[in-house]
Write a protein that binds this ligand. Sequence first.
Ligand SMILES: Nc1ncnc2c1ncn2[C@@H]1O[C@H](COP(=O)(O)OP(=O)(O)OP(=O)(O)O)[C@@H](O)[C@H]1O
Length: 264
Amino acid sequence: MLKVESVSKLFNPGTVDEKIALMNAELHLKKGDFVTVIGSNGAGKSTLMNLISGVMKPDAGNISIDGNNVTLVPEHKRSQWIGRVFQDPMAGTAPRMTIEENMAIAYKRGLARGFSLGVTGKTRKIFREELHRLGIGLENRMGAKVGLLSGGERQALSLLMATFTRPQILLLDEHTAALDPARAELVTTLTEAIVRELNLTTLMVTHNMEQAIRLGNRLIMMDKGRIILQVDEDRKKDLTVERLLGEFEQISGKKMADDRVVLG
Ligand SMILES: Nc1ncnc2c1ncn2[C@@H]1O[C@H](COP(=O)(O)OP(=O)(O)OP(=O)(O)O)[C@@H](O)[C@H]1O
């Protein structure tokens, strides 16, 4: 489904500020794989997500989705295959627009050109049904401005909007990190339900080790621009935070340096 093959990305190449953000990354995901991504500060996690979503182009290597080489396909064209939710609840939605207007934008992404942004009776019914699936009552507040929603509600809406058009791949970039524990848990539960129901191929960056172990069927660990550890389905079942930290120290020769890391 998703193939990242020998992908590298350098910033400021050939200067004193040269930075290897990603080096020879190799990652193959099957349909329905849910991979959690963990790593120290500056490990290259966001760069990997940005390269997959097309925000930036790699200096070397190829990225393909469902057999199509998308390495040079611009971000707006890739968005038909990829849904993404960011850490900042403000990032995925337009605060001055209502819930249904926001949903209309997400809906339009999945339709042919020329679809009007207007919310008709038919689309409103679809939106209401989709919102109802979240189970947090947003279907009764469709005319409310999104800026008035709580962070958790906004992230739940962003998640719904990112998956509305049934993308092939879902990228979650620490999407629960800015929420309080109760809301983070709600959005996590919704994430699991949506990913399972739509059988989405998912990559989720998290600083929460316990979450990285608990969610998904695979796990990767990154350090200094490299994927240093890939844990497959069978081994992931036996993983613990202690074991994961031990593996990191053994491979990288240092302790996990990330003040945001949550051990569980
Ligand atoms: N636009 C940029 N220009 C220069 N260097 C960059 C740029 N973006 C990222 N980097 C560098 O590339 C490396 C990887 O960054 P990236 O943001 O991918 O790491 P990360 O694993 O997401 O880190 P964090 O968990 O701290 O957000 C870092 O050293 C970072 O400073």
